[in-house]
Ligand binder design. Structure first.
Ligand code: PLP
Length: 350
């Protein structure tokens, strides 16, 4: 009797684990317009698993502005596998030629984020998908910054979408998770093998929390964007702000492109403060509603100082070359009242 019920419990537990993880994978695939989804224990676990498609001697072309942890993985781990990466500056007139010129005979994969972290540059997904197809490369898009609510790269021709579900998909800064979505069956079966072989899978409870987060994604994203647009307009006219990066502002260099491939501009803003690092220190010490945190995409507003936090792994010279300056602050605008957030920023800046 006891043995029987133990057996049943174990069976039920197995069903609970598998069902929750499978359900979140299907939900993620569905909202990204993909056929197949895979869930992971973190965004970096998802990234590592995708990069496992590469072998000694292979080459990656990546955008030069990307999450510091991805850069660290490419340079400190993947390079040791014998896989090298060339970074493309996308602040040039003819970005497509820059990507084309970076492709080598051994290039296997193009890795982009758009909008990029932390400078919110926009990369033309459809054009890169054409380049990838012509050169038989895999195009991977890290879609963490705006979520599938505002942008669905597979619809624009990308092969793989990667997410840190820690961010907008979870939405409440209380889980760590990652996801990979594709419609390519061959890529999916290879990734499914690596997901199992590497084993960086999520817990059923984290999977459940992502599922719950997805239910409110639309309302949260709309609110993040409304607040971010309001604050970007306020900040761009503030005398203490040297420069602002937000793709929703008409003066953002890629605003038109952003409008064509995204249905909204998201909740992330970066800004450079007048007065260098000293001004950043003062600002951070005075701000109250924006919590100092590496993460982003939660309902509460967060603030990050990329040079010392998210992009601390990038050597100084390399970082400066990429335009990540000491006076840069990144805001993840939450869903609090926009006037409360504005007052908080105003008090901290003045
Ligand atoms: C764009 C982007 N991709 C991936 C990651 C990694 O995600 P995780 O922290 O879940 O490993 C991050 C983390 O900040 C990120 O900003």
């Amino acid at each position: 009797m006891f043995v029987e019920s133990r057996k049943k419990l174990r069976e039920l537990h197995k069903i609970y684990v598998i069902l929750t993880c499978n359900t979140v994978e299907q939900a993620l695939a569905s909202i990204e317009s993909g056929k197949f989804g895979l869930a992971f224990a973190s965004g970096l676990a998802a990234t590592t698993t995708v990069l496992s498609l590469l072998k000694n001697g292979d080459h990656i072309v990546a955008v030069d502005d990307l999450y510091g942890g991805t850069y660290r993985l490419l340079e400190k781990v993947v390079r040791n596998w014998g896989v090298t990466t060339t970074y493309v500056d996308i602040n040039v007139e003819d970005v497509n030629s820059s990507f084309q010129n970076a492709i080598q005979p051994n290039t296997k994969l193009i890795w982009i984020e758009t909008p990029t972290n932390p400078l919110l540059k926009i990369v033309d997904i459809a054009s890169l998908a054409t380049i990838a197809r012509q050169n038989q490369l895999i195009l991977v898009v890290d879609n963490t910054f705006v979520s599938p609510y505002f942008q669905r790269p597979l619809e624009l021709g990308a092969d793989i979408v990667v997410h840190s579900t820690t961010k907008y998909l979870g939405g409440h800064s209380d889980i760590i998770g990652g996801a990979v979505i594709t419609s390519n069956e061959e890529i999916y079966s290879q990734l499914k093998f690596y997901q199992n072989a590497i084993g960086a899978v999520p817990s059923p409870f984290d999977s459940y929390l992502v599922l719950r987060g997805i239910k409110t994604l639309a309302v949260r994203m709309r609110e993040h964007e409304t607040n971010a647009l309001h604050l970007a307009n306020f900040l761009q006219n503030h005398p203490k702000v040297e420069r602002i990066y937000y793709p929703g502002l008409p003066n953002h260099p890629q605003h038109q492109l952003a409008k064509t491939q995204m249905s909204g501009f998201g909740g992330m803003i970066s800004l450079e403060l007048k007065g260098g690092f000293a001004a950043v220190e003062k600002f951070v010490s005075r701000i109250k509603l924006f919590l100092l945190a590496e993460s982003l995409g939660g309902v509460e507003s967060l603030l990050c100082y990329p040079v010392k936090m998210t992009h601390g792994a990038i050597p100084e010279a390399e970082r400066l070359k990429r335009g990540i300056k000491d006076n840069l602050v990144r805001l993840s605008v939450g869903i609090e009242h926009k006037l409360d957030l504005q007052t908080d920023l105003e008090n901290a800046l003045n």
